[in-house]
Write a protein that binds this ligand. Structure first.
Ligand code: HEM
Ligand SMILES: CC(C)=CCC/C(C)=C/CC/C(C)=C/COP(=O)(O)OP(=O)(O)O
Length: 318
């Protein structure tokens, strides 16, 4: 018997397309583009941590963090399906578009969460697994179900979820937390407001249409622009700290400083933008640069780490 639904109007060919689309849709539930940078910061935490980890275990650890991050994205999309259906940016996501049932997304998110945490605990260590579980809980429950719809400080507090991954990576190697891993946490924690409020400024109407209390909608553009500049300065300063704690060299510090100065300049351009500006070009530029910035800072930490390690080896054998 042929099942007729809106996606199956061309017989067998339609059915084949349906199953292909389903795999893509389940993949989309993992928020792969956002989570790729999250996983990269976790990888950096794992590499920068003192000590070593068996490469196979390191690979399993990163896979578990990627799956756990994706699972939290699926749970976020399950809970937010009602507002995602209304906002133009999110209306075509698999659940609001009707391509995945909410119950399927919930089951998918829960199974992947349990799977990723258990495998990480059984193969690597239970401290990192506990931290991964806490991170998933923080994003899916604390941010998505509670803060997002109740306070304009939602992403400041909720942003902690996005900042934990390097600490999870670090804990995979050391089994604990250290000052250096807290600095990595702080860089992302302080970066999140400039990253997200830039987007919230040019997507104000979307958030207003669903009543989500994002800062620009609640306190207005001016306050948001001041807050963005404040957090950009704090981020730029914090990102230089690894050069002083010994986690990275002074060359890293100079590079991170230059990246930070440009972040602050972009945020000042947003500050100077007239309220009510329709095009919001400086905000769009800041959002795009914020992503490049975080990627560049964590890449610089990795490159610096390898260069210093090689230099030490070379110096040691010379
Ligand atoms: C509470 C914290 C955060 C909030 C509210 C937030 C919000 C957003 C939103 C709404 C988008 C647009 C996504 C889309 O339309 O698909 C976005 C894009 C993005 N975010 Fe964030 N973000 C947060 C934290 C992070 C973190 C921690 C990272 C990485 C470490 C990150 C990396 C990215 C990337 C790479 C994109 C671009 C995705 C693309 O090109 O489609 N975000 N963010
Ligand atoms: C290891 C692990 C569990 C990592 C999780 C990392 C994490 C919390 C990333 C946050 C990414 C993100 C897109 C937040 C926006 O949610 P939103 O609901 O405000 O955005 P939306 O409107 O696009 O859905």
């Amino acid at each position: 018997m042929t099942i007729i639904d809106s996606r199956d109007i061309t017989g067998l060919e339609g059915e084949v397309r349906l199953s292909e689309a389903s795999a893509r849709d389940f993949f989309a539930l993992l928020k792969p583009r956002v989570m790729s940078l999250v996983v990269f910061t976790a990888f950096a935490g794992l590499v920068l941590a003192p000590g070593t980890i068996n490469p196979v275990l390191g690979f399993i650890a990163i896979l578990c963090i990627a799956v756990g991050a994706g699972a939290s994205g699926a749970l976020n999309m399950w809970y937010d399906a009602d507002i995602d259906a209304v906002m133009t940016r999110t209306a075509t996501r698999p659940i609001p578009a009707g391509r995945i049932e909410p119950s399927e997304a919930l089951a998918f998110g829960l199974v992947l969460s349990v799977f990723s945490v258990s495998i990480l605990g059984l193969t690597v260590n239970w401290f990192s697994a506990g931290l991964l579980a806490f991170t998933i809980f923080f994003y899916a429950v604390v941010y998505t179900m509670w803060l997002k719809r109740s306070t304009p400080q939602n992403i400041v507090i909720g942003g902690a979820a996005g900042a934990f991954p390097p600490m999870v990576g670090w804990a995979c190697v050391t089994g604990g937390v250290s000052l250096d891993s807290i600095v990595l946490f702080l860089i992302i924690f302080l970066w999140t407001p400039a990253h997200f409020w830039a987007l919230a400024l040019f997507k104000m109407r979307d958030y207003g249409s669903v009543g989500v209390p994002m800062l620009p909608n609640v306190s207005g553009e001016r306050v948001t622009k001041h807050q963005i500049a404040l957090y950009a300065v704090l981020t730029a300063i914090t990102a230089v700290i690894p050069a002083f704690t010994g986690l990275a060299s002074l060359y890293y510090g100079l590079f991170a400083g230059a990246l930070g100065i440009y972040l602050v300049l972009c945020s000042i351009a947003v500050w100077r933008m007239a309220d009510g500006d329709e095009k919001m070009l400086p905000a769009k530029k800041l959002f795009a640069y914020s992503i490049l910035y975080l990627f560049a800072v964590f890449s610089a930490l990795l490159v610096d780490h390898y260069v210093v390690t090689l230099a030490t080896l070379f110096g040691g054998t010379a």
